[in-house]
Design a protein around this ligand. Sequence first.
Ligand SMILES: Cc1ncc(COP(=O)(O)O)c(C=O)c1O
Length: 425
Amino acid sequence: MSIKLLEVNKYFFAPTENIVMERGEGIYLWDSTGKRYIDCAAATFNLSLGYSNQEVLEAVAEQADKLVHITSSYMSEPVAKLVEKLVEVTPKSLTKIHLKVSGGSTANEGAIKMAQFYNKKSGVISLFRSHVGQTIYTMNASGLGFRRQPFASLGNSGIVHVPPAYCYRCFYNQKPCSCGMLCAERIEEFIKYAGNDSISSMIVEPILGNGDNIVPPKEYFVKLRELADKHHFTLIFDEIQTGIGRTGKMFAADYFGVEPDIMTIAKGLGGTGFQIAAIATKEEYADMDSHYHSFTYGSNSLASAAGVKTLEIITRPGFLDNVTLVGNYIIRRLNEMKEKYSFIGDVRGVGLMIGFEIVDEKGEESLELTTQIKNIAFENGLIMRTSRYGIGNVLKIRPALILTLEQAKEICEILEYTFDQIEVH
Ligand SMILES: Cc1ncc(COP(=O)(O)O)c(C=O)c1O
């Protein structure tokens, strides 16, 4: 059976690694040889409740007996419940929910459109290193240029990229204690040169997910809010990775204490892998008729039922506290390891959105070593992804949010064991 699965690679658009995954449960995955892995990427950072969460599966099975899918033109019970729950858990000023999107990219694109529809401007500010999505527009808006390189004819459609608040390697060569949030201040210059009145929105991942797990200081977001209000543009938080409990708060907006005008949500909302996404907005953005941005599988009934159950589980007393507890534990242990292993350059993260930089003896990014550590960890049964789709030097630890302290200890032990196998320390 598994041999046939591997053979099929020759027909496959993207041949996969020489390994067949067979079963998942909680934070664990098993391959066809029976080897067990801890998945620190929670699949594609989307399994907030881990593999095969039974409660979500039961809710979906119950929904499947009634209705698998209807057009989003009709209201249905799971959709009504999901909308209500999302309004409950998102920041107070976000009172409208758009569910007719098919994933993170289309949620982000919808948010940008809503801003353009609302303020009748077109320009978009986005961060270097951001991943906004894979549609042509969101790929253009993304701050990882290598992904648009093969598509030479793309125009930039009024997108302005600005450096993120990356204190460890500051674009402006500043120190956090004395910089006066220069990276946020300088955005005003970009706005000026873009044409003062042309900026419609700024889309920001509160913690850059694919782009190196960069955690800005809290004041950065205060400054962005001020800029958005001053220049009348829409502040969009892309919470596709940071949302649904990943930071130990329901949203990173809660952690940073700043409310955006629009927030996009996807990945973790499906709990155990169902395809559901949403755009949450302030009241005034709901004037855009949804037929301007509406996808066939948006608000699918099964996925909506999964979303409702996921939110119910994540809002249970103690759930988010545990994310903070186990996250802090891993961060503390990694900081201890940093003292011992010179190739760990920086450890940063909030909750279970953790990353650490791998550097060479000069403190420069070491891609080679990063990949080596990732591969040895995999051999040792720990799945980690590297940043910037394999061209970055940050290893990411983002397991399912159901992680226990015992399992967090196990992750750290495998990490230490892996680091011990690396020669340059
Ligand atoms: C922060 C962020 N935004 C947008 C997206 C795009 O989401 P999707 O792959 O569901 O289109 C991703 C996916 O990795 C993401 O991490």
